[in-house]
Write a protein that binds this ligand. Structure first.
Ligand code: MSP
Length: 510
């Protein structure tokens, strides 16, 4: 049976327009989804929008529209952005859909049946921007006397009847989970953070609100809507068909990887597994968190006016170029700075010089000196073998990096081979062999074609359109998955005329 793989992105709040931070998490998840499909897995890749709660209700009110109409517009824009960025999702979930309401009501009932929900009264701090409750001790006081959450979000004092989830009862089970499954939270710095948060003791969690109504009704409790994070997290099982365990997609649960930003790790690594334990459902295997993109060193924010529109960036530099840049420039879990200079350098050095030139140099020699016909393999020399072995080792190296979300290290391994191939072509000088030893020239060019084929095959998840072009030029048919690498290219075929895949980026004259 084919192994399944369920990958998710966070579902995005529809309170404002999408920016590069949203696109980033989705692109990383997309790379893994595409990689797993090429590696023979039965993949389910989910993304969508988080549409309830006070934050969305306020944003709609500011625009003078009802929340549903507002959510429809913004959700459609997020979807258009995801399509434009090449996100190959299998389902686009919206928390205002009927299937999700049914699923949330059932999750609630199961948790309640287990005895982990009770009615009480909430009094404390709430940050609408984070849709999160905070303890007094977590807040800092500004010079003007106002209080802010650790994220910098303003807080307000809330006092209302509320249902509570008995989170305090899950401390030991959560700690056991982190201990028995160290891979559950990545990177490890975040695991340590979450572990010490849980060790510090857990308060019961307020899971219903009564002072507004833009949310999913609590079953049999008029006036109560579910806390937006309970509603939002549950999207992952809704999409698998919950509560219908006969649904065709139920086989995908539990999730293999939840991709999240570092700001929402607590919700995914503490609240979510606790809700699932209480409901008697299997737990996700991994929550992996990305760091922040800063704009020229500063945090992106609407008030600073430095928010980057992903579609704009792709228009200026090319979609594949941006996808590559985002995953290559910084380690996934760390913060990094986005600047035009850094993007241009990656495009001109890594893509145009290293990879683009390698393919163009090799393929134009095939066109010019071999009549465009794919040369046959020769008996490999030591130098040939070293390069071919390095290329053959790449799929396994990349598999390990994708499973750990160390995308930048995986790409560095590929670039080591690209640089080695550039060294090889300089050493072997096939252009000179054209006059002295045509057979050897052909063998050298074939080593290069075979190496570039491995590279282009593995880079497909990162740069789908460009690598499709490169594989076309190498004469690779429609079998482009990793298993197909075991089959040599069909002999004697004429390759299409080579065309550069990665133009250098030249700053337009102003
Ligand atoms: N709706 C919640 C998630 C619910 S999941 C059950 C939410 N939405 S969000 O739209 O505010 O942000 C979603 C994600 O966008 C963040 O967790 C993070 O992954 C990503 N990013 C937003 N800004 C970012 C940067 N500046 N840099 C990198 N990623 C950031 O939270």
């Amino acid at each position: 049976m084919t192994q399944t793989c369920f990958i998710t992105t966070p579902i995005y709040y529809v309170n404002g327009a999408p920016h590069i931070g949203h696109a980033y998490t989705s692109i990383a998840a997309d790379v893994m989804a595409r990689f797993k499909r090429l590696d023979g897995y039965d993949v389910f890749f989910l993304t969508g929008t988080d549409e309830h709660g006070q934050k969305v209700e306020k944003a709609a009110a500011d625009k003078g529209v009802d929340p549903q109409t507002f959510a429809d517009t913004v959700s459609a824009d997020f979807r258009a952005m995801s399509d434009a960025m090449g996100i190959s999702y299998d389902d686009w979930i919206r928390t205002t859909e009927e299937r999700h309401k049914v699923s949330c009501a059932e999750l609630w009932r199961r948790i309640e049946k287990n005895g982990d929900i009770y009615l009480g009264h909430y009094e404390g701090w709430y940050a609408v921007r984070d849709e999160a409750f905070y303890d007094e001790a977590e807040l800092t006081t500004r010079p003007d006397g106002s209080k802010v959450a650790p994220s910098g979000a303003p807080v307000e004092w809330v006092r209302e009847p509320s249902y509570f989830f008995r989170l305090s009862a899950f401390q030991d089970r959560l700690l056991k989970l982190y201990e028995e499954h160290p891979e559950f939270i990545a990177p490890s710095s975040r695991r340590n953070e979450v572990t010490s948060f849980v060790k510090g003791g857990l308060n019961d969690l307020s899971i219903s609100r009564t002072t507004f109504n833009w949310g999913i009704q609590v079953p049999d409790a008029p006036g109560h809507v579910m806390y937006v994070w309970l509603d939002a997290l549950n999207n992952y099982v809704t999409a698998c068909g919950f509560p219908d365990e006969q649904a065709p997609r139920w086989k995908y649960w539990p999730a293999d990887v939840h991709f999240v930003g570092k700001d929402i790790i607590r919700f995914h690594a503490v609240y979510w597994p606790a809700f699932l334990m209480a409901a008697g459902l299997p737990l996700p295997r991994r929550v992996t968190s990305n760091g922040w993109w800063l704009m020229d060193g500063e945090k992106m924010s609407k008030s600073l006016g430095n928010v980057v529109e992903p579609r704009k960036l792709a228009e200026i530099f090319g979609l594949d170029q941006i996808r590559y840049f985002l995953l290559r420039e910084k380690p996934f879990g760390a913060d990094g700075s986005l600047s035009h200079a850094a993007i241009i350098s990656r495009i001109n050095v890594d893509l145009a010089n290293d990879l683009g030139n390698l393919a163009q140099r090799s393929l134009s020699l095939v066109a010019r000196n071999c009549g465009g016909v794919l040369p046959t393999r020769g008996t490999p020399t030591e130098d040939d073998k070293a390069l071919l072995d390095a290329a053959a080792a790449l799929p396994d190296l990349m598999r390990a990096h994708i499973d750990r979300q160390t995308f930048h290290d995986g790409l560095e391994e590929v670039w080591k081979v690209i640089r080695a191939a550039n060294g090889y072509i300089d050493r072997q000088a096939p252009w000179a062999l054209n006059k002295t030893d045509k057979a050897r020239m052909g063998a050298v060019l074939r080593v290069l074609v075979d190496t570039i084929r491995v590279v282009a095959t593995l880079l497909q998840p990162f740069m789908p359109a460009s690598m499709a072009k490169m594989l076309d030029q190498l004469g690779v048919g429609d079998q482009r998955n990793f298993a197909a690498l075991a089959m040599p290219l069909p002999e004697g075929q004429t390759l299409p005329h080579p065309r550069g895949v990665f133009p250098r980026y030249v700053e337009p004259a102003t």
